[in-house]
Design a protein. Structure first.
Length: 318
């Protein structure tokens, strides 16, 4: 056995070091068992897996819903960070040299995320730069270790309390770091994607109502005289409205109105289908008061007039 104080080799049966007179423990584990993965390394691997999932989820949201170059750049950064975290986790779990190198590299980068990232990184660097940790990740066989290296491993194996403290602190602080970042990135992008989905559903429902009006005009040479969806249901054949939703993506009833511009004496020859947007409030009192242009906010009205969208969300009709 090897003395944890001076590293000198002693016979298995003695209880006192022949070199420094220090007390020796009753039993020492075989050298091979000293290469078992420490719990803190496993914990760091789990943290890297969580960082990988968080980063890849953020990247997917930004790359799928982002419309600005900055959003794509940030999404690409999270994609790379997620891949690095996955490689780091794999290396830590396998006790590979590159796992420790990547963990140190990541800790150095996160040093600039003051204050929580700095605290976490300092603790991780303090642990990963310990001598026994470097030996664990050296990928050298146990038989080739000298007495000093074995003593360092034995000391590391018996110092689990402070490792557990560091591990708990790392987990707590990583939660404080990651959760606000995830909320700041994921929640706005999720809400934006949700509003865009509602706008797309609104456009589809408005087109379907326009098809109903056009179908009625084919059969009767004029549009039905209606001022809302309730009158539309009474004025057209049930077969035309079968399966057609008359609400927008926010569950507000669409505004359907027909009128005549005086050029036809057989009935209304113009129509408009309008969504009041997210807020459910009409911006104009009459359809002809709307002006053509793109909308930039979900609260703005969407207008389909005579089969053409004159007001619609930016980029939706491309």
């Amino acid at each position: 056995m090897f003395c944890p104080k001076c590293g000198a080799e002693n016979p298995e049966a003695v209880t006192q070091c022949a070199s420094c007179a220090g007390a020796l423990p009753a039993a020492w584990p075989p050298r091979e068992t000293l290469f078992q993965r420490p719990g803190l390394v496993t914990l760091l691997a789990v943290v890297n897996v969580a960082a990988c999932v968080f980063s890849l989820a953020s990247a997917a949201l930004l790359l799928a819903t982002g419309e600005e170059p900055l959003a794509w750049a940030v999404g690409f950064f999270f994609l790379v960070w997620g891949c690095v975290s996955a490689m780091c986790a794999h290396g830590l779990l396998g006790m590979r040299r590159y796992g420790r190198v990547l963990q140190i590299f990541k800790a150095v980068l996160v040093l600039f995320a003051f204050p929580f990232g700095t605290i976490v990184s300092l603790m991780v660097l303090f642990y990963m730069l310990q001598r026994h940790v470097a030996i664990l990740f050296s990928e050298r066989p146990a038989a080739r270790l000298d007495t000093g290296e074995v003593a360092a491993l034995e000391w590391g194996a018996r110092s689990a309390v402070w490792q557990a403290v560091i591990g708990l602190a790392v987990c707590g602080l990583m939660g404080l770091v990651l959760l606000p970042i995830f909320a700041a990135i994921a929640v706005p992008n999720f809400l934006h994607a949700l509003e865009r989905a509602r706008q797309k559903r609104t456009l589809a429902n408005m087109r379907a109502v326009a098809v109903v009006l056009e179908g009625h005009a084919v059969d009767h040479n004029a549009y039905p005289f209606v001022r809302n969806t309730q009158e539309l249901r009474k004025a057209v054949d049930e077969d035309l409205l079968d399966g057609v939703a008359t609400q927008d993506g926010w569950e507000h009833e669409l505004w359907v109105r027909t009128w005549s511009d005086g050029r036809s004496g057989s009935g209304p020859n113009r129509y408009a289908v309008i969504s009041a947007g997210k807020d459910g409030e009409w911006e104009r009192k009459l359809p002809k008061h709307y002006r053509q242009g793109e909308t930039t906010r979900p609260e703005e009205d969407i207008v389909l007039m005579d089969g053409v969208f004159i007001r619609a969300p930016a980029g939706m009709l491309r």
